[in-house]
Write a protein that binds this ligand. Structure first.
Ligand SMILES: [Zn+2]
Length: 266
C-alpha cells in the first residue's frame, strides 16, 4: 500500500525549494490508533512504528532514565553536518485517561515526520526523541539534556510536540525562540495553514522547557485552548477527542516546517 506522496514546493515569497514526503492521512491516523493504555506498552509500540518506517538498528537507540522504567527512544537521521534539529514528543501518559491526545498525537507522529524528511539528504542531523516520564516532571527530557553535556550546543533547534488535534495548531509564543517562531509563521502562511499563539505557562509545562532552560532555541506546538484544557489527564482523553482533520493539518504544517528549518537555520 502506498504510504506517502512526494511534495515539491517552491515558496513564492522566499524562492526556496522544499522537498519532503507527505504521509497519507489514513497512515497517520492508523499510527494514532495504535495507542495503548499502559505506560509500559508505549515505548515498544512506538519502537515498532519507527522500525516499520526504516529507523532501526544503529539509527534507533534507547536511553535509560533514572526514576522511570521506560527509556527515552531516540531515532537519528544523519545529515550533512553534525548540527542538530531535535524533534521531541513524550509518549508516557497519566493512566486516568487513554493519553491519546496527551500525547500519543505527538509521539506517534514522530515516525511520520521521520518518513517525511527521509526522501532527501538534509543539512542538519535530525534527532527524533520520544521522551519518557514527562508527566512525572519532565524526567526524560531533563535526563537527555544532562547526558548531552557540552554537546548540547550542537542543537540548533528543539521543536516539541505535545497534545495535538484538539483544534488547529497552536504555538506557545511567550516561551518560543523568536527566530523559530518567525519561521513557523512564514511556512504556515505560505501553505495557508492555521497557526495561532496560545500560551500555557499558567497551566503546565512540557519537554521543550528542559532545553529552553539551557538556552537552546526551542518552540512548543500544541492545540490546547481554555475550552479543551479539561480533557487532558482526564478519562475524556480518548481517540474521540481528536479532531482528525485538524490533526492531519498539524502534521502537514510540522513536516513542512522541519524541511523549511533545515534550510533556514545555520
Ligand atoms: Zn503532555
Amino acid at each position: 500500500m502506498r504510504r506517502f506522496y512526494f511534495i515539491f514546493l517552491i515558496l513564492p515569497v522566499f524562492g526556496q525549494q522544499l522537498t519532503f514526503n507527505r504521509v497519507l492521512q489514513p497512515i497517520v491516523e492508523k499510527r494514532l490508533r495504535s495507542y495503548t493504555q499502559k505506560n509500559k506498552d508505549r515505548m515498544p509500540a512506538l519502537r515498532q512504528i519507527f522500525e516499520d518506517v526504516g529507523c532501526k538498528d544503529e539509527s534507533l537507540s534507547e536511553q535509560k532514565v533514572k526514576g522511570v522504567k521506560a527509556p527515552n527512544l531516540i531515532c537519528t537521521q544523519k545529515g550533512a553536518t553534525d548540527s542538530v534539529i531535535l524533534v521531541g514528543a513524550h509518549f508516557d501518559l497519566i493512566e486516568r485517561g487513554y493519553g491519546v491526545v496527551d500525547n500519543w498525537t505527538g509521539a506517534s507522529l514522530l515516525p511520520s515526520l521521520f518518513e517525511s524528511l527521509a526522501n532527501a539528504q538534509r543539512k542538519h542531523t535530525f534527532v527524533f526523541v520520544a521522551f519518557t516520564g514527562e508527566e512525572l516532571g519532565l524526567l526524560g527530557s531533563k535526563s537527555y539534556v544532562k547526558k548531552m553535556g557540552k554537546e548540547l550546543s550542537s542543537i540548533k533547534a528543539m521543536v516539541n510536540i505535545d497534545t495535538l488535534g484538539l483544534a488547529d495548531t497552536k504555538v506557545w509564543t511567550s516561551y518560543a525562540d523568536k527566530n523559530l517562531l518567525q519561521q513557523l509563521y512564514k511556512i504556515a502562511d505560505a501553505l495557508h495553514l492555521p497557526i495561532v499563539g496560545v500560551n500555557v505557562e499558567r497551566v503546565g509545562s512540557t519537554d521543550s522547557e528542559s532545553f529552553r532552560e539551557k538556552k537552546i532555541p526551542s518552540i512548543a506546538l500544541h492545540s490546547v485552548t481554555s475550552e479543551t484544557l479539561k480533557i487532558l489527564h482526564s478519562p475524556q482523553d480518548t481517540i474521540e477527542a481528536v479532531k482528525l482533520d485538524e490533526y492531519y493539518q498539524s502534521y502537514r504544517l510540522i513536516a513542512a516546517y522541519l524541511a523549511f528549518l533545515d534550510q533556514a537555520l545555520e
